[in-house]
Structure formats: C-alpha cells, structure tokens
Design a protein. Structure first.
Length: 201
C-alpha cells in the first residue's frame, strides 16, 4: 500500500514537527544514534549506508570517518537535558536534505505496509485521513511490536472504527504531552476539519 502524495506531504510535515529534522548524527533521549527525522542508526554499519558528507566541503565522507564520528558520539552524555541540535558542535558530517527526505519517505512506505497488515489493507485505506495520521505517529514512535501488543484496547477500538474511544487509549509514556494531545485530537475529531482543509503545497 502506498499513501497518496497529499497524505505523504502532510505526514512529512507532521513527523518533522514531532521528531525534528536534524542533518547530523546525535544521541536521542534514550542514547541511540539518530539522524534526519528520527531515523535510528543501530550500529556504525547502518550509518555507513547513508550518504554523509563533510559539512565544510560537502565532499563525501568515507566509511572510516562515519564510523569514527558514530563512535565518538557514543562517548557523550545524553538525556532530556541534551537537545539533538546540541550535538552539532561534536560533529563534522551531515546528511543532505534530499537524503533525509528519501529516508523519511522510506519510513512512510514501510509503516504504510505495517499498518495495512495490522488493520487490513482495505480497512486502513478507508479510515479518515486524520485517523491515518494518528496511526502513523503511533507506529513511528512506538514501532509495530509495541503498537500491536502494547495497546490491545486501542487496536480493538480502531478495528471497530470507534475513533473517540481509541483516542482515550492512545496515551504514550516517554513523549511530550503536546504530541499525545495531537494524536488524541486527530482521533477524537478535533483536528479533522483542519487536516481536511490544509493546503498540500
């Protein structure tokens, strides 16, 4: 299943608002090395698969340089008081904008298939766009296993198309209340009109 161009545009904007857009490697609040719009790099080899360049020259970085920067970041402190942008002065490499967009679209396509598998392709496609946006945020933040097994009542309400009840079961720990509130409002209908009338350009 591939979402519409309009939905991808809205979703990319939403994900950037919630996850941020950082063009260098950094440690997230759990200590994981991350880049772009919340793209996890689980090990140095995953980082070398990305087209990092030197910030000053825009020349491609070597695998050795990427691995060295990855490992250096692992020596730094992280947590709620360490912003993603604050790691910039510890880095010399960055990921070009087109590569960040490519990664984000790959995530969206991957999560589209996971949500179609979880709820049924036809059922997911028939859901209102604000509900789809809420589900993308949930799966992007939680990952499929935790969404599938950690929110049984939420999933039952989604399958029953009881969006308001699902909204009450959508609260997640470890994220901002504004993000939780945004998903709640998408599901409960408070943001349906705004999403429907948002420009797609």
């Amino acid at each position: 299943m591939h979402p519409s161009t309009a939905l991808v545009t809205t979703l990319m904007r939403q994900l950037e608002q919630q996850e941020g857009r950082i063009n260098h490697m950094y440690r997230d609040t759990r200590g994981f090395i991350t880049v772009g719009v919340g793209h996890l790099l689980p090990h140095p080899q995953a980082a070398t698969r990305q087209a990092f360049v030197h910030r000053d020259s825009q020349q491609p970085a070597s695998d050795a340089e990427i691995r060295a920067e990855f490992r250096h970041l692992l020596t730094l402190n992280y947590g709620q008081h360490h912003s993603a942008a604050g790691f910039r002065h510890h880095t010399r490499l960055e990921l070009p904008d087109e590569q960040i967009d490519r990664l984000t679209r790959q995530h969206i396509n991957h999560f589209s298939q996971e949500l179609a598998d979880l709820y049924g392709a036809d059922a997911f496609a028939a859901m209102p766009e604000p509900v789809q946006l809420a589900l993308y945020d949930m799966v992007f933040n939680l990952g499929l296993p935790k969404l599938k097994h950690g929110f049984p009542r939420f999933n039952q309400h989604i399958r029953n198309r009881n969006w308001a009840a699902a909204a009450e079961e959508s609260h997640r720990r470890g994220i901002s209340e504004s993000r939780n509130r945004h998903v709640h409002d998408l599901l409960s209908g408070k943001l349906h009109q705004q999403v429907a009338t948002q420009p797609t350009t």
